[in-house]
Design a protein. Structure first.
Length: 182
């Protein structure tokens, strides 16, 4: 199964990391090395839109919490009960529920909160895979890309317009490796 890969490639990147690419190569007919390279390129390109989403989101949330609590260190006065301080995970969840101002971070979103949360969770998972150098080739990357743009647009549509001027993801998605001919 790994005979298509050069020894140096296997040595450098390790079989456990290459296993998902080899499995996909076996079923798709795409070379594992081609798929690995494409995955690197598309992950690199996704970094830009994920960066725009993450930074815009952080700043939008911070602005709303600053407005709600009237101080830049809003986390100091967030509504955490004495008992909850001992259970920080529970307290953070309670604080999030007790700060309804966060919806204002998405001024261009007018739907259910659960749908927004689900979209954000999908982007967190993609972001983590990209930042931890894990495979993303098996995902519906076109849908992920559209979702990132939608979420950015809910925060600030002008960022979407700016991002489209240099985003390389659409081009890379169109250049996904194809089945090798025998």
């Amino acid at each position: 199964m790994s005979s298509d890969l050069a020894d140096w490639f296997i040595q450098a990147f390790a079989m456990p990391r290459l296993a998902p690419y080899l499995a996909s190569a076996e079923t798709s007919g795409i070379g594992a090395d081609d798929l690995y390279l494409w995955n690197l390129q598309v992950a690199e390109a996704f970094y830009v839109s994920l960066h725009c989403l993450e930074i815009s989101l952080r700043n939008a949330l911070h602005a709303q919490l600053l407005a709600s609590y009237g101080r830049r260190d809003w986390w100091v006065t967030a509504p955490l009960a004495e008992v909850a301080l001992r259970k920080i995970d529970v307290a953070q969840e309670q604080a999030a529920r007790q700060v309804p101002a966060l919806y204002r971070s998405f001024p261009h979103y007018h739907d259910r909160r659960e749908a927004l949360r689900d979209n954000l969770e999908t982007m967190v998972l993609l972001r983590n895979r990209v930042m931890h150098h894990e495979p993303i080739h098996h995902r519906d990357l076109a849908a992920d890309h559209a979702k990132a743009y939608r979420l950015i647009g809910y925060i600030e549509p002008k960022v979407v317009s700016w991002l489209r001027t240099f985003d390389r993801v659409p081009d890379l998605l169109s250049r996904r490796p194809v089945r090798r001919t025998a």
